[in-house]
Design a protein around this ligand. Sequence first.
Ligand code: CU
Length: 603
Amino acid sequence: MTDLSISRRHLLGAGVVGAASLAVPAWARGGDISHGGMLRQGFDEVSGSSIDLTIAEGRRIVQGRRGHGIAVNGSVPGPLIRLKEGEPVKLNVTNMLDEDSSIHWHGLLVPFQFDGVPGVSFPGIMPGQTFVYDLPPIRQAGTYWWHSHSGMQEQSGHYGPLIIDPAGPDPIQADREYVLLLSEFTPLHPHTIMSKLKKGEGYFNYQQRTMTDDYPLSAEERRMWAEMRMMPTDIIDVTGSTYTYLANGFGPDEMPEFLFNPGESVRLRIINGSAMSFFNIRIPGATMNVVAADGLPVRPVPVQEFQIGTAETYDVLVEPVGEAVTIVAESMDRSGMALATLASTPGARAAIPALRDPPLLTMADMGMSGMDHGGMGHGDMAAAGKAEPMSGMDHSAMGHGDDADAGSMAGVSMDGMNMRDTSLLPPDVKVGPGIDMVSMNPVDRMGDPGIGLGDVDHRVLTYNDLVALRPNSDRRTPSRQMEIHLTGNMERYMWSFDGQKFTAVSDDPIRFAYNERVRVKLVNNTMMAHPIHLHGLFFELVNGAPDGFQPHKNVVIVQPGGSATFDLTANEEGDWAFHCHLLYHMHSGMFQIVTVTPEGTGA
Ligand SMILES: [Cu+2]
């Protein structure tokens, strides 16, 4: 047996190939990073009571592809920031870009003025300026991350991991631990991507159907999708045709290696730090025990695969066997993968599975869960995509089987199924060109494993599997319920909440009274999955967990055409961002401010 007497700390940055060979890192030598120097791949670790972070730009090369990058302390990802629960910290952030910048500490409970969202909680960091995030003692432990909230800098590399060690014993025990930060590299400037998406939402979808493709769709199904002017392969906006998927900053050909001794348990802190990608995580040959979600511990759930939405974090425990196993992070549309290796012998590699066939959207993704179009010839559509049997609703019994002339009016298709019936929306949703689809029958989909994972033959995590490890402190029944609709016009790449694109000037925030307990239902009227993130607070998923043990999260994926519900206690005063974490969706308007009134005042 190989004795790997390397400390956890040393291994954490594994993947920092070659970085250690520079006695003085480039960023510390000063000057050159602000003038387009070469950025390093992989990250160092910083800790202590006062931490200096410098944002600057430079050039990146990933597997021979070159691009512009924005780095913190000279590397992409930026350094692993390691803090300790119960201790205060000063984070001194210097902006050496020639545009404003910022850092948001994703998932961290902080006074709102240090949350780092320009225009919401602070003015931003001007070029040449240093902003001090003077944080009081940290109130939590776990796996988090940080990223820019200015412009589209996050896409260019301005992000990194954030780990908080618990003040007492860690409820999650492992022999070793590693951080696996997933992201993407693109040689394109984010503004270029944005403008291409505006020109046509399917711009990066190279998996579009043709008359002669191999997708298992009948002629009838093809006609149906065409009538709806929709694509069943429209899974994700920006794909592997543009992105190289990264593990700790490295492409799949240069994958990081995490060492273990046989018999040891390994904790993987998996962070989706991408701008636009969902990943399906597998370790062929090993079972993953999911032990934390968005930083906070949950009762262990053994799974073979799970989907991680943009900005989510999951901690898993694995006990790998043999010389090596491959950690596979396949993009949800299966257009590429990020890779890492767990190896008991340095240099050992396991097989890399091939990309699986791209998934197809289903009736449930169109918001038609439980609807049956028996006799229309596409009753077996579930088999073409994934399991979501369409039964329970007889279409002809709806009383409008014959009265609609399919194709004669926008939004009416499938012999009377109206995909754009805005009368189904509550009155506070603004109806206009920003909405091109309304889910007919949005049902709770928190038991759904995610697009493409409904028909795999092994155990996949769903939100309904998550149960908090520790009891929740607030067990009150919510005194108020609210419903927020996720809306969009895919063709014009407009995204919004309740039909209203965010504008800082005119916006009317979502208001909560201090300490109010509210139940929020998110209804997805679009055919894309949106990872919705609330700053400043954790919410609890209403997922059927035992009373008082609803799992805490700060990001919730709302599946296409479905809904997701959470409870929250509004006990953090201030203005907080609430947005879709898909960068180009947020940038296109799926953003809002949540205001929690100061303690002792009314709503
Ligand atoms: Cu979105």
